[in-house]
Design a protein around this ligand. Structure first.
Ligand code: NCD
Length: 306
């Protein structure tokens, strides 16, 4: 990679993705066997800037940084001078002047992480922007699949629901295609993007056709905050046609695993019993894998090893 930032999966080669996943896998094993703590990033200071709400991503970046011995400064827009009329670029230049070793940013604007990277002297990590990219989510999803199936290449993965407004879907389509998985997207016409970010993605309208032969069924939330009103008829109608129930899961392989980046809306895109199924559902495993994945990303970027 010719930059020291992680803005999108689109900037990574397959070998760079595998390098991150290999280290993430090592960290996942270490975390599993006890309360792992290292001083690999001791003395480093990481700023987290979340301009949009977050539960999993913000917490796991913080935990990952602390597990590696770094200090975290969490900056919140609602408690900042943005409310006094300071521009985003002045805010970033101000924070940059304090000398952080990395900046983690989530923003609703398409180009915000790249814009911030242009102003900062340290690595910038995108924690989700607009509907475009959420690279660490796709990496933790890939780690979860790899640990479950032992590989990514050759898996058939269905990504279902609100594809058009999902940065998770976008980053996953790019990553999975780069690593040789077969990607199906299943969505009603109104929630399907006009074009896909990766070659070879196959689009379906029906869960029955799209789920056939799938190893992984990844469900997405309807992101109403980014949607024009009226795109989805009603939650009940959506659940009837696209909500993942045991009945629809039976269209996939008997060994198929269920994934969801969270936050979930039970009874809309997924049935609660399916989400809680200890055999089939990897949803909490995805959350767990967020920490080692972000440890690997910060380790490699801050050490200049990516
Ligand atoms: C998602 C996000 O914020 O991009 N969640 C996450 O980070 N795990 C998906 C969503 O908001 O639906």
């Amino acid at each position: 990679m010719n930059t020291h930032n992680l803005i999108g999966i689109e900037d990574l080669s397959a070998s760079e993705i595998n390098k991150i996943l290999n280290l993430a896998d090592t960290y996942a094993n270490k975390l599993k066997s006890g309360n792992f703590k290292s001083d690999r990033l001791k003395g480093k200071v990481i700023f987290t800037l979340f301009f949009e709400d977050s539960t999993r991503t913000r917490t796991s970046f913080e935990l990952a940084a602390k597990r590696l011995g770094a200090d975290v400064v969490d900056w919140a827009p609602e408690r900042s001078s943005l409310s006094k009329g300071e521009t985003l670029s002045d805010t970033i230049m101000t924070l940059n002047a304090m000398g952080p070793d990395a900046i983690v940013v989530r923003h609703k604007e398409y180009n915000a992480p790249r814009f911030i990277a242009g102003l900062a002297d340290c690595p910038v990590i995108n924690a989700g922007d607009s509907y475009r990219e959420h690279p660490t989510q796709a990496l933790l999803d890939a780690l979860t699949m790899r640990r479950r199936f032992g590989k990514i290449a050759g898996l058939r993965v269905a990504i279902c629901g609100d594809i058009a407004h999902s940065r998770v879907a976008n980053s996953n389509m790019i990553l999975l295609s780069k690593l040789g998985a077969e990607v199906h997207v299943i969505a009603p016409a109104a929630l399907k993007p006009e074009k896909f970010p990766a070659p070879g993605v196959k689009a379906f309208d029906s869960m029955k056709e799209g789920l056939a032969g799938c190893d992984v069924v990844m469900m997405l939330r309807n992101q109403k905050e980014r949607m024009a009103s009226g795109l989805v008829e009603s939650d009940d109608a959506f659940f009837r046609d696209y909500g993942l129930t045991y009945e629809k899961l039976a269209f996939a392989k008997p060994s198929a695993a269920v994934m969801h980046p969270g936050p979930m809306n039970r009874g809309v895109e997924i049935d609660g019993d399916v989400a809680d199924d200890k055999e089939r559902s990897l949803i909490l495993e995805q959350v767990r894998n967020g920490v080692p994945t972000r440890m690997a990303v910060m380790d490699l970027l801050l050490k200049g090893k990516l």
